[in-house]
Every structure is written in C-alpha cells, then in structure tokens.
Design a protein around this ligand. Structure first.
Ligand code: PLP
Length: 370
C-alpha cells in the first residue's frame, strides 16, 4: 500500500507510541490527584506543555489541550465571537470553522466572508476594506487543507490589530510542517491537531495569547486553569509533544525531501503530456499536490488508485461523502473542464522516491486507459 493522504491523517510516530504505552499501562494516574502517582502525571503534563510551547514560540501558560483541531476551532470561534461584534473569515476555511461561524450566524452574529484569489490567497487589503468600527474576530487559516496555500498571516494579523480586532488562525495543516512563532506572528489564538503531525488522533491544542479573556468552551473541573475541563489525556498529550518536537527538529530535512517528491510526481505527469492544472500558490505546505485533470472525475481517480493500493483524496477527508466540487476548488475558480477531475495527493515524510514515481505512473495509467 502507498499512503499519500497525509493531510487527512498521519502515521503515529513509533517513539510517541512507546511513550503512550507507558502512560496508559503504567503511569496511568489522574494528574489532578495529590499523591505521588498522580503528581508524576502532572509533571509529564507540564513537560509536554513546555515542549509544545517551545515548538511554536509560545509561553507554556498559553497552551490549552483539547480533543482535536475541530474542538480548538469551535472554542476560538464560538467563545472568541463573545468578545466581538462580528466575525470575518475566508471562504476556503475548513468546515470546523465554516460551520462554527454558521452556528454563530444562527444565533444572530454577523459573519463576513473574505474571497481568495485564483491561488487561494486572502488579500490583506480586502481584509482592511472589510473591517469597520465594529470589534471583529478574524479567523483565517494558516494553510489550506486542500490546496496547501499558506496565507499571509503576519500581514493579516497587523491589519486586524490596526482595527482593534482579534486574530485566530487554524494552523492544523501547518503546525509541525512549517516554522511557526506565535509571538512573532502576533496571533491571538491558534488551533492545532496532533494527528496531522504523527501524534495520535483525538488530541489537539489551542494557543491563547496571554491576556485574552476567552471563556471556556467546555465547563467542568479545574483542569487547564479552569478553561478546558475534563481529565487530561496524558498519554496522548505526552505523545503529541514527542511527535511535534521530532517533526520540528526534522523540519528542514522533511521539507527538502517532500519538495523533491513533489517534483518527481509533477515532472513524470508533465512528461506524459497530461492536461492538468496544479492548484494552490507557490508558497504551500510541503508534500501537497492538488491537481485538476481535464475531462476527468476525481472520484473515479480515487477509486481506480485505491484498486492499485494507493490512498489519495478528492478534497478534504471530512467531505468524502460529498461528491460535489469542493468549496475550495469552487472559490479559486478552477475552470469547469478541470474542476471535477480534482485530486489531492499529500505526501508525508515516510514516502519514498519510488512511491512518488509509482503514484505518478499509476495516474498516467488510469487517465490514459479510461
Ligand atoms: N482544520 C483543518 C485545516 C483541517 O485540515 C482539519 C482536519 O482535516 C481540521 C481543522 C479538523 O481537525 P481534527 O481532525 O483534529 O478535528
């Protein structure tokens, strides 16, 4: 099998798994209990928080553990909008953001949607024009999950702060893959999800800048300084810290490796004379290859590659029941002739050159033998 859907999820890091086992089978205490067995877990929790903070340039007190990227996004949008009069987001956000915004619209909040250009980039001047005297929560993703485009986050933050707004970024596709320094960027909130960077599924975090009075999304006990209740998932938190630190140490090498694999795939497809468009901007997440083939069907390509034991995606994984053209492909205006033939190959650090060649050759085979 060739797994080339790393934007959907990644393989658990082996060292992270070993750590998990330790905290599931041996040190399985509750970090809130005062006896030594519990305190051992509390110490592990503190260390994991410090590691994660260091990886994104935050202070440890600014990291709040959640159950996934979706929860982090819901918290940021639903509680962040309590602090503001309106929400501004982009049309190409993940549904964790779009549907949270929709819920806020249902209870009377104003939500405005920023357009993107044909490469998926949000323009800081469009944002500037959209912001008025109302206090605004702006949420624009760090990198798009379908086309990989990296947004000009620093510029968008500056525009937002000039108009006294609050800025959140959904960095689920970016954390562990590209350098991020939250203090340098100036973001007020940032969402991340473990399973996108070789940590287990069901764990994530929200960065909340010191001083931002964000109310809890989940009420209950005193965990996470009373801001996110629920007994901490120590095994997954410790594993997440381990996987993130490893990815951050290997980031430069991973990027070089992935850019090489991207080139292999694109060069083979081009040399075969196939008619396709590569979507996204030149500044994209390493390993993302979003392609629209002329007069083809993404669904058909996915299933034909599946028969060849190759896993790719047509759009975002959360949308796999929906066979329509994705909202992202629609927003960037891919011409009709190509739009339906869109697939996403998302390579990961474990993929090899020979796998990249096999993916490209399998695509050529499927497209030329329809
Ligand atoms: N945001 C983005 C950009 C994503 O790509 C995803 C998952 O695909 C999510 C949020 C949701 O993350 P999770 O699967 O951890 O809930």
């Amino acid at each position: 099998m060739i797994y080339a859907d790393n934007a959907a999820t990644t393989k658990l890091d082996a060292d992270a798994f070993e750590l998990m086992k330790e905290y599931l089978l041996n040190d399985y205490g509750n970090a809130s209990q005062p006896y030594e067995f519990g305190q051992k877990c509390k110490t592990a929790l503190r260390a994991a928080r410090e590691t994660i903070a260091k990886c994104i340039g935050a202070d440890p007190e600014e990291i709040y553990f959640t159950s996934c990227g979706t929860e982090s996004d819901n918290w940021a949008i639903k509680m962040g909008s309590n602090l503001t009069d309106q929400i501004v987001t982009s049309v190409i956000e993940h549904h964790a953001i779009l549907n949270s915004c929709k819920s806020m619209e249902d209870v009377g909040k104003t939500v405005k949607y920023l357009p993107v250009d044909s490469t998926g980039v949000v323009s800081p001047s469009d944002l500037d024009r959209m912001l008025d005297d109302s206090k605004t929560l702006v949420s624009v993703m760090f990198a798009n999950n379908e086309i990989g485009t990296i947004e000009p986050v620093k510029k968008l933050v500056d525009v937002t702060h000039n108009k006294r707004g609050i800025f959140h970024t959904d960095a689920v596709q970016a954390v562990g893959h590209v350098p991020i320094d939250v203090h340098e960027l100036g973001v007020d909130m940032l969402s991340a999800s473990g399973h996108k960077f070789n940590a287990p599924k069901g764990i994530g975090f929200l960065y909340i800048k010191k001083g931002l009075e964000l109310r809890p999304f989940i009420d209950g006990g005193a965990q996470e300084k009373g801001r996110r209740a629920g007994t901490e998932n120590i095994a997954s938190i410790v594993a997440m810290a381990c996987a993130l630190e490893k990815n951050c140490v290997q980031m430069g090498d991973n990027e070089k490796h992935l850019r090489n694999l991207e080139n292999i795939v694109i060069t083979i497809l081009q040399n075969a004379g196939l008619d396709f468009i590569r979507n996204g901007s030149g500044c994209r997440i390493p390993g993302n290859i979003n392609l629209s083939f002329a007069d083809a069907e993404g669904e058909m390509l996915l299933h034909r590659l599946d028969l060849k034991k190759i896993c790719i995606s047509t759009g975002s994984a959360c949308d796999s029941v929906n066979t329509q053209i994705s909202h992202v492909i629609d927003a960037i205006g891919v011409p009709d002739k190509y739009a339906e033939g869109t697939i996403r190959i998302s390579l990961g650090k474990n993929n090899t050159e020979s796998e990249a060649e096999r993916i490209a050759n399998a695509l050529i085979d499927v497209l030329t033998n329809r």
